[in-house]
Design a protein around this ligand. Sequence first.
Ligand code: C5P
Length: 231
Amino acid sequence: MKDVIIACDFSSRLELNTFLANFTEEKPYIKVGMELFYKEGPTLVTELKERGFKIFLDLKLYDIPNTVKRTMRNLAKLGVDITNLHASGGIEMMKQAKQGLIEGAKGGKTPLLIAVTQLTSTSDFALKDELLINASMADTVKKYAENAQLAGLDGVVCSPLEAPIIAKMDNFISVTPGIRLAGDSADDQMRVTTPKIASDLGSTFIVVGRSITGATNPLAAYRQCIAEFVG
Ligand code: C5P
């Protein structure tokens, strides 16, 4: 299952297609986030699927269980391969989300559903003073991952540094951003690891943005990520 997902943080279909022109043989996993989805709409996803790309639709849903369930039904109908939500929406919301995906897939392949535990942009200070959560960040991440597993989800989004905790959980995957090829700038990421280190730490999928999208030769950078991470 191990694979490299390219974070396509582009603002339009045109920019995305210019980037994808680098990939004529490979059909990589593409992460489509809110920026692109809200600009181009669901037809972008169906079009990418028809062209053979695998899609991680990163919309991080968070609402009452019924609304999330009904929305997930629609996302499954688009044929996405992975999608996600916030674990802080609670176990019932996550259960209903999974049910929605199963119903939307209509006996076909149900998309993998993964949970965001705590956003990596949330500091220890904000956790305590803004969100009034008194547990530590590590304990919160662990508890939310356990909740996600209880709800029947497939895994979580987390830092590669947290991947070893997830790797110990049965049949539970980690999708890890914060990846840089050796020598690349960390940009705004606080803690980065290389694809090779993420592999050693037990990540199931790595999400790589700027190390590929900002490379002089994106195809070569992608192939290097695959070589280091998948082997
Ligand atoms: O360019 P870069 O490799 O830093 O991109 C990482 C991608 O992963 C971005 O799309 C970012 O939004 C996403 N992400 C992240 N950290 C999280 C969750 C998602 O960097 N905790």
